[in-house]
Design a protein around this ligand. Structure first.
Ligand code: FMN
Ligand code: SF4
Length: 447
């Protein structure tokens, strides 16, 4: 079976993508059926009304930023930074070129929401970016799209052509004095290129390696010019906010966590896929939407925000609501919203070995703690998994993680260290059992 056939089979079931209808009050995925992505369809859903409203009613950039601040929209790329606040950092009066960049790199294991937005609702991102550009006085933007999703890239290019032809992009938008040129850029398929400064390097045609911060992109970004970078889902949230008001968006979620969020639910559930629900929805409800844990199995643990988020045991997770504050209070991160569900058949040593291998492989190698430490972590977990670990390896693992976290140029180092500490904190007994009775445990792990 070739790649196209596999993809067709995957999409044919209808449940793994966004157009399965199992959402609660969706704003971004609403009414999508997999075919209605074109400009005329988007306009029929109220698309580009927000941009028209801003330009025709003379709403000022400051008012747009104030509305986004009021909405409590937080960046959907991982860190959850308040979007309105980020926009206010852009030095609008800067005399030279300023840039707007959309981060569609989406390389975090478990995350697959942005590609569905671009594939099935590309104009919502274009409109969101045009509004953001207007608010920050920016005339040029780029969408950096993950290197391995060729169909999605082509789809976005087609949508750009439609938007340009209709006057939603280009010079003097809809007869106003506002100019905005938007281009797509094909990334290079490296996880690290999703880190915002590595992305900028890559966009400039260089090797995708993170820059030391400060300076931050708002003052020294693309080609050294002021730049604002947001995630695809962040931009996609903006048209709804402008159409319905910041307060309505805030009320849809919970204080400090406005609006809806798209969760990519994967792992041991009956219906893996993307689910859009209001911020603050109980985890148990999200699990129910995804068909629950696989038949005959019990929930063991959940990684709630992509592979770099610390794992949480079932009992803690079942008490959480899905929003930045609740998950942080429980000791993890909402991250990109990739919810990886693990049932009682999962061996945590093996899972950590897999995660550690990923971070070792993806480290860009610039800083010693990350370059060397990620390899040490993987080799130690592999040793325990092979049944030749020692009790002292547990403390050594924690110590290596300590020596990586907070000591690197970018957050990939933290992302490698945090899962290790959380696995040992919550599932130390599994590691110890494998060290003390290697053969019995290994046999169980392979059963
Ligand atoms: C290793 C690493 C990978 C990242 N990958 C992504 C990514 O694929 N997509 C994304 O939007 N943000 C990613 N981020 C976060 C970005 O650096 C940045 O914070 C984000 O794009 C800002 O957008 P937001 O404020 O809308 O969330 C990554 C960060 C790190 C440290
Ligand atoms: S933390 Fe790792 S990925 Fe980030 S700059 Fe340092 S070596 Fe590269």
């Amino acid at each position: 079976m070739n790649a196209q056939q596999v993809l067709a089979q995957f999409q044919a079931t209808g449940v793994q993508t966004c157009f399965h209808g199992r959402h609660i009050e969706p704003q971004i995925y609403k009414d999508l059926d997999g075919t209605n992505w074109r400009l005329k369809d988007y306009e029929a859903r109220g698309g580009y009304q927000a941009l028209k409203k801003i330009l025709s009613e003379g709403i000022t950039p400051d008012q747009v930023i104030a509305t986004v601040k009021e909405s409590a929209l937080r960046g959907r790329g991982g860190a959850g930074f308040p979007t309105g606040l980020k926009w206010s950092f852009m030095p609008r009066q800067f005399p030279g070129q300023k840039y707007l960049v959309c981060n569609s790199d989406e390389g975090e294991p478990g995350t697959c929401k942005d590609r569905d937005i671009l594939q099935f609702n590309p104009h919502i991102v274009i409109e969101g970016m045009a509004i953001a550009a207007y608010a920050m006085g920016i005339s040029v933007g780029y969408n950096y799209i993950h290197g391995e999703i060729f169909d999605t890239y082509d789809r976005f290019e087609e949508a750009l052509e439609e938007a340009r032809a209709a006057g939603y992009l280009g010079d003097k938008l809809l007869g106003s004095s506002f100019n905005f040129q938007l281009h797509a850029f094909h990334g290079f398929g490296a996880y690290i290129c999703g880190e915002e400064t590595a992305l900028l390097e890559s966009l400039e045609g260089k090797k995708g390696q993170p820059r030391f911060k400060p300076p931050f992109p708002a003052s020294f970004g693309l080609y050294g010019k002021p730049t604002t970078i947001n995630n695809t889902e962040t931009f996609a949230a903006v048209p709804w906010i402008i159409r319905n008001g910041g307060q309505a968006y805030l009320e849809c979620g919970k204080p400090n966590n406005g609006g809806t969020k798209i969760y990519s639910v994967s792992g041991d559930v009956e219906l893996p896929g993307n689910y859009e629900v209001p911020m603050g929805t109980p985890f148990s409800k999200l699990l129910e939407l995804a068909g629950g844990v696989r038949k005959g199995r019990q929930l063991k643990a959940v990684i709630p925000g992509g592979s770099s988020a610390p794992v949480l045991p079932a009992a803690i997770m079942m008490q959480c609501t899905m929003d930045y504050d609740s998950i942080a209070k429980a000791g993890s991160m909402l991250g990109s919203g990739a919810v990886i569900v693990m049932d009682d058949s999962r061996c945590m040593v093996e899972s950590l070995k897999r995660l550690s291998y990923f971070y070792m492989h993806e480290s860009c190698g610039q800083c010693t703690p990350c370059r060397e430490g990620t390899g040490w972590l993987w080799r130690l977990v592999d040793k325990v998994h092979r049944g030749v670990g020692k009790s002292s390896d547990m403390d050594l693992l924690n110590s290596i993680a300590d020596n990586i976290q907070g000591r690197t140029i970018c957050a990939l180092g933290d992302a490698a260290a945090m899962p290790v500490r959380a696995m040992i904190k919550h599932f130390r007994h599994e590691f110890e059992a494998m060290i003390q009775q290697p053969s019995a445990q290994q046999a169980a792990a392979q059963a």
